[in-house]
Each structure stands twice: as structure tokens, then as C-alpha cells.
Design a protein around this ligand. Structure first.
Ligand SMILES: [Zn+2]
Length: 416
């Protein structure tokens, strides 16, 4: 059996049955784009009869150890490449450098396609197969497309990715190696999204775009990050969890994961959430700072070195509501702060992440400086994608090798 009870509107709390087959709340969606996002709800009492902290500890680390809290039937054949179960690394050197007591790095670069999106696509492609799909399509400028392509490849279904023209070449190469068909679309992300919706309707493809607005189930993989962090910290969540934000779907999902474990009695307290964006593409941080709603901030030409976070508007109230509920914070960081943090993380802890992921460490440093986060508080920074995915940016500022002859005299000269 499946423990999912239905879908609940995050704006008005109306509940829908799964059989209704809708993706947004029919009462709220008429208010405009981003309203009426639906979220899966489960029968936590029934799940509690099966799951306990002891049971969870006895299972092998993997996203699917939380299967009862996933929106799939127990007969589903899981599409998995071994996602989840990533390490929570104690950043001892970094803590010392930043004058902190307890800092942890949740290292999502170790997922099968080197980013946290694998949590999403293991779940979504499993659902696509359950729905009888033989072809899928998505809008993506990077990591989501790579992950969608990889999981489609292993599931044996056709994958089409529609990218904006600013997509990073190395990520396009990765998608292509998994045999996705890639279309570079001249237009905005919204235009591209509309094209994919129309194409999916016309050709019968299953839309796997990572927007909760289009697919209420797409955040369910992300929430397992909260489950893992809770368990890895011995069921005592940190004071703060810092995560990068584009659409903010993952921020909302991680907050949901902590709330679910709190509801089930697995953890006694909840962390405060922090969303980090790049300056120049920070609609959530601006809305937070100015006390505005998500639809009141729209940036015409978003720009940041954090390519995975390049977004001009937040599509829905899910992330800002999560910040409010958790008494959290949103912050924007500059390109320089991001690149400095990228190098600091790699040189201090041996973890090389892409600029978008380094934003969390940059955000932490900023909030420590502002006194928002205290040095004796426990902090988890989530790093979402590998540095090898965006080598062209690192290439611009890495220390070049010193050229020498194969003799000690040459070496001696440069050592001095
Ligand atoms: Zn509603």
C-alpha cells in the first residue's frame, strides 16, 4: 500500500484526492502564476506503526530507506542509481578558520550524477514509469537536466531537455552523454516552460520539469536531506540549515522533511532555515529583506556566477512561507564572495563544489559577520553539486602549474 493521502494546497489548505489528477489548486490558481501549489500529505500515524528511529538506523543509507514517506506504490519498480545516503562531514578546519564550534557540510556532490537533483529524479522517473510514460521532457539549465537524462537512460525511456541559451556547456555535455535530446530555446525560462507544457500535451510526454507548480511530487526527493541530516546528527537537528535557492522548491522541501520527522516524534526540535542566492539574481532575498510577497519581486535580467541559481522570480509562496515558519533568513552573496568560499571549502575540507553550492558557505560567513548566526550554534551547509560540473569558471581563477625542467636545480629555483 501507499501512505500518501492526497494533495494539500499550500495557500488555502484545500485537500484533493490523487484521483483528481490535478497539479495546482483550482481555487487559488486563478490568482496568477505561482498560486495554489499542491503538496503531498501522508498518513503519518500509519507510517509511525512501521517506522521508528531504530528501524531507520537498521536500514542501509539510501533515499529509498524512507520509502514509506515517498509518493509511490509499494509495487513500483524503483529507478535508482544509488542516490542519497551522502556524508555529513564535520568541517573541523573550516570551523577553526571561521571561529565556530560546530559546522557540518552535507556533501551532495557524491550523488550518482554529482548533484542533489538525483534525489528528485529517482522519485520522479519512478512515478513516470508507474504512470506508464515512455518519454519525458523537462526545462533545465543544468543539474536537473543531467539527472533527468541519467535516470531516463537507466529506466529505458526517451528524455528531452529544453535549455535556455545561457546553459553551461559542461552540463550540456553531461546530459548529452546520457543520450538526452537537447533543445536550446531562444526565449525566457517562462517561455520555455510554456513550450514544454504544450509539447507534453501534444506528444504525450510526461513533464518532469522540477517545478512544484507543474509536478507536486518533484520536491519529495529533496525532503530526504532533512531526514538524513537528522539521523546523522543522532536525531538532534542543527540550529541552522543553509541551502542554495533558485526556485526555492528544495528549501521548502527540506523544511517539510524536518516538520514530518518532528510530527512523527523522531526529532524534538526544528532548525532555522537559510536560503542563499547570488547578488543580481536574488528575488527571494530581496522579498525577505523588504517584507514583500513572492509575486512582488521580478528581476528582468538576473545575473550571477552561480549558474544554477540564476533566476528572476520565485514561483510561489513555498520558500518564503518556509522561511517565515522556521524563523529563518534569506541572504544574497556576491560573485567574489562565492568564488572565495569555493576555494576556502576545497582548500580547508577537500570538498570541491560548483559556485552555486559554495554560496551556502559564503552566506554562512556573511551571517556570522552580521551576528545573525552565533559562533556557538550548530550549522549545516548543504553543498548541492560538484565543482567538476562547472570547470570553466574555476579555470579562470585557478593557480596555474609552475613549469620546470626534470632536475633538482630548476625545482630549487622555484621553491625559493
Ligand atoms: Zn488553494
Amino acid at each position: 500500500m501507499s501512505f500518501i493521502k492526497g494533495l494539500r494546497c499550500i495557500d488555502c489548505d484545500t485537500e484533493y484526492r490523487l484521483e483528481d489528477s490535478i497539479t495546482v489548486c483550482s481555487k487559488c490558481s486563478s490568482k496568477g502564476l505561482g498560486f495554489g501549489i499542491l503538496d503531498p500529505v501522508y498518513d503519518y500515524e500509519e507510517i509511525g506503526k512501521i517506522l521508528s528511529t531504530d528501524v531507520l538506523e537498521s536500514r542501509i543509507p539510501s533515499l529509498w530507506k524512507y520509502r514509506e514517506l515517498m509518493p509511490i506504490s509499494d509495487k513500483a519498480s524503483l529507478v535508482t542509481l544509488g542516490e542519497g545516503g551522502t556524508p555529513l562531514v564535520r568541517g573541523t578546519n573550516l570551523s577553526r578558520k571561521l571561529g565556530m564550534e560546530e559546522l557540518y557540510i552535507k556533501n551532495e556532490t557524491l550523488n550518482p550524477t554529482f548533484s542533489f537533483k538525483d534525489r528528485v529524479f529517482s522519485v520522479i522517473i519512478t512515478r513516470a514509469l508507474e504512470n506508464g510514460a515512455d518519454a519525458v521532457a523537462a526545462v533545465s539549465d543544468g543539474n536537473a537536466g543531467c539527472s533527468a537524462a541519467a535516470y531516463s537512460a537507466t529506466a529505458g525511456i526517451k528524455c528531452r531537455i529544453f535549455t535556455p541559451s545561457f546553459a553551461v556547456v559542461s552540463k550540456l555535455i553531461q546530459m548529452s552523454m546520457y543520450d538526452a535530446e537537447i533543445y536550446s530555446v531562444r526565449g525566457t525560462l517562462i517561455d520555455t516552460g510554456m513550450l514544454v507544457i504544450e509539447a507534453c500535451e501534444k506528444y504525450g510526454w510526461y513533464n518532469i520539469t522540477t517545478a512544484k507548480l507543474l509536478n507536486p511530487f518533484q520536491t519529495e526527493g529533496h525532503k530526504t536531506l532533512a531526514y538524513e541530516i537528522s539521523e546523522q546528527l543522532n536525531w538532534e537537528p542543527p540550529d541552522w540549515v543553509i541551502t542554495p535557492v533558485a526556485s526555492g522548491d528544495s528549501l521548502g522541501a527540506i523544511w517539510k522533511g524536518f516538520k514530518e520527522f518532528h510530527t512523527m516524534g523522531f526529532i524534538k526540535k526544528l532548525p532555522r532555515m537559510v536560503g542563499v542566492q547570488g547578488e543580481g539574481a536574488a528575488p527571494l532575498a530581496i522579498a525577505f529583506e523588504e517584507g514583500k510577497e513572492f509575486f512582488e519581486v521580478e528581476l528582468p535580467g538576473p545575473k550571477t556566477i552561480a549558474d544554477a541559481l540564476c533566476i528572476g522570480m520565485v514561483p510561489g509562496s513555498w520558500p518564503s512561507a518556509s522561511l517565515r515558519e522556521s524563523n529563518g533568513y534569506a541572504v544574497a552573496v556576491s560573485d567574489t564572495e562565492i568564488l572565495d568560499a569555493q576555494r576556502l571549502l576545497a582548500s580547508s575540507e577537500g570538498i570541491f563544489v560548483e559556485p552555486s553550492s559554495a554560496s551556502t558557505l559564503a552566506g554562512l560567513m556573511k551571517l556570522l559577520g552580521q551576528g545573525v548566526i552565533a559562533s556557538d550554534e550548530t550549522v549545516v551547509c548543504i553543498v548541492t553539486g560538484s565543482g567538476l560540473k562547472v570547470l570553466d569558471i574555476a579555470e579562470r581563477h585557478y593557480r596555474k602549474p609552475v613549469s620546470i625542467g626534470a632536475n633538482l636545480e630548476d625545482l630549487e629555483k622555484v621553491l625559493q
